[in-house]
Design a binder for this molecule. Structure first.
Ligand SMILES: [Zn+2]
Length: 299
């Protein structure tokens, strides 16, 4: 395979993008400062905390997006629209004459920005460090915590005040790479939401508290299968992580499960919002029908 020439620069073929051995790209023994494989530009910009080191080796398409050789959009929360949006990724442009001719050995501080499709003035800015295909975010505006907390505000109408406060704490801690602390807060919220589901339906279903409390989390999710998002029920086994004690968890394990748990909470809250909107619609129609019935009977 030949190298791909783009402008003045050369992209090495994908097969040659691994320049360090696995030993050289070693993972720290406690997992707290491990180099993780890079997944996607969208995940990197919207989910990874500052300073997390990620390995770009083999990710030619993602590198092309980061360095403006390929156009891409990314979906995420826009803190200016206060809702989910699609953003155009604007990668680092490399000016003509730049001595860089091989991404593998690039050492630089670069910028990436996201431009909201609804309004070009809604921009998220990222400052990144790349060094021998190891990339890390070293700055961003607005912060990950500000974006995520603005997103959590969209669920305030279905969240208890204490859950809302703890979700805020969890997101803030995760944005700073604090795995165990953020995970424990999310676990508390998740457990309360699951218990709330059980309480809401137990009388109608004839369930007993005793048969529910003894179950492990994966079993509770299967037990409540008719009242939880299908994806969660199908993958119930992953929630057994929640049955582990805090002393059994490590930082990297908690950060790994953070997004799954946060997304699960979002799904449950979205279900609650849909149910609330449906109940409000029914109440409004019932009121309108009552008024019409009253006017008909008075004719
Ligand atoms: Zn926007």
């Amino acid at each position: 395979m030949s190298s791909v020439m783009v402008g003045f620069f050369i992209f090495a073929p994908q097969s040659k993008l691994v320049m360090k051995s696995e030993e050289e790209r070693s993972v720290d023994s406690d997992g707290s400062d491990a180099i993780k494989p890079f997944t996607t530009v969208e995940e990197f910009l919207f989910q990874e905390p500052l300073y997390q080191r990620l390995d770009l080796a083999g990710c030619i398409e993602e590198i092309e997006v980061l360095y403006r050789r390929q156009q891409r959009t990314a979906d995420g929360h826009c803190p200016f629209c206060c809702r989910q949006s699609t953003f155009a990724v604007s990668g680092q442009g490399v000016p003509g004459g730049d001595p860089w001719n091989n991404i593998q050995s690039r050492k630089s501080f670069d910028t990436v920005s996201l431009i909201c499709a609804r309004d070009r003035e809604h921009a998220l800015y990222y400052f990144v460090r790349i060094d021998d295909l190891i990339i890390q975010k070293v700055g961003q505006l607005p912060s990950l915590a500000d974006i995520a907390n603005d997103e959590s505000k969209t669920f305030r109408n279905v969240l208890e005040r204490s859950d809302s406060r703890e979700l805020h704490m969890a997101i803030g801690l995760a944005a700073h790479g604090v795995g165990i602390g953020s995970f424990v807060y999310l676990r508390r919220i998740f457990e309360r939401l699951i218990l709330k589901r059980f309480t809401a339906h137990k009388d109608a279903m004839g369930w007993q508290d005793a048969e529910f409390v003894k179950l492990r989390m994966a079993e509770k999710i299967t037990f409540l299968s008719s009242f939880l998002p299908a994806f969660m029920v199908k993958n119930a086994i992953i929630y057994n992580i929640l049955s582990k004690g805090v002393h059994e968890l490590n930082e990297s394990e908690c950060l790994k499960y953070f997004e799954i748990l946060k997304q699960s909470i979002v799904w449950i809250l979205q279900q609650d919002q849909e149910a609330k909107a449906e109940a409000e619609k029914i109440a409004a129609y019932t009121k309108a029908i009552t008024q019409i019935s009253g006017s008909i009977s008075s004719v």
